[in-house]
Design a binder for this molecule. Sequence first.
Ligand SMILES: NC(=O)c1ccc[n+]([C@@H]2O[C@H](COP(=O)([O-])OP(=O)(O)OC[C@H]3O[C@@H](n4cnc5c(N)ncnc54)[C@H](O)[C@@H]3O)[C@@H](O)[C@H]2O)c1
Length: 337
Amino acid sequence: MSRVFFNSRNSLSSLEKFLVSKPNSKKFILLDQNTYTHCLPTLIEGVEQLYGAEILEVEAGEQSKSLTIVEQLCSAMIESSADKESILISLGGGVITDLGGFVASVFKRGIQHISIPTTLLGMIDASIGGKTAVNVGEVKNQIGTFNNNSLTFFNSEFLKTLDGRQILNGNAEMIKIALVKDEDLWNQMESNPPISNEGFIERCIKLKMDIVENDPNEEKERKILNFGHTIGHTIESIALSRQEDILHGEAVASGIFYSIKLSEEKLSFPKHKANVIYNYLTQHYNIFDLKQYKDLILNYLAADKKNINNEFCFVLLEDIAKPHINFIITKQDILNL
Ligand SMILES: NC(=O)c1ccc[n+]([C@@H]2O[C@H](COP(=O)([O-])OP(=O)(O)OC[C@H]3O[C@@H](n4cnc5c(N)ncnc54)[C@H](O)[C@@H]3O)[C@@H](O)[C@H]2O)c1
């Protein structure tokens, strides 16, 4: 199981201690140009053991989650004499931690990975649970691994340079976890502006860690974390194929919106609670208009990894914190949205 070090202030000294215990390991830091500028100085200043680490820089953005980049990174590591004892440190958002986690899990059949999430989405979601992935063309996360050889160091200092759009991006995943697991957290989030509140962040991290620990291979409970994601991923794929600018959390916010609509229809999700959720989502996010893209949505849904016997499998809610997994949704249900 991957381990998480929570304490914001002490997490870099915990990392330092860990690296002191690995004096013979070559260290690589994977980052993008933004985390190079905004996060690397804090990391190097806080962790002496990383002076002289090799820097592997990729372009910021989803296009870096590709097998081509994986091959380039492996080549660069081989050229720098990386071996089984080497350590790959991912310093960045979900793109970097997904990519770095994947490379670390396949390079020489697996080397130690360290995840240092620097976006809100990365902290509360992407860097917990060991899932790694790269995209195939515009279809997201088609190749991946479960990487259990990963440590996560969480330091909210890094959030200070994130812009409001990126905060909202992570906030969508926080809403998701609150809706599937913790009604009290949802009520508090819903009545506060979406800011990077450390208390809420820690609660979300703990909720996700508990779920992942109970079901590391996503056989049962972990599937609830896909709430809002079936439609969310198809929206992301459509946007990528049209070179439109949409963030994962923005797509998930729309996915949550439509999943609540389906939940109302299929599981009698309480109308008054649904209205509060719709209000919150429309206030903070642009809800993607599905009607324009019905054919494309159906095509992308057909490729969803979660489908069973060619049927669309959704997570829906009977109520807040009462999720149903593997709920079969038909093409007609989608066309009716
Ligand atoms: N593995 C999982 O379980 C999991 C879960 C959710 C999402 N994901 C993946 O995560 C990815 C999205 O992650 P993301 O939203 O963090 O995107 P991202 O990694 O692209 O980061 C967003 C932007 O913020 C910049 N950035 C990062 N940290 C910064 C900082 N501290 N200051 C200023 N700028 C900074 C990045 O350079 C980038 O431009 C998607 O690929 C998604 O599939 C994975």
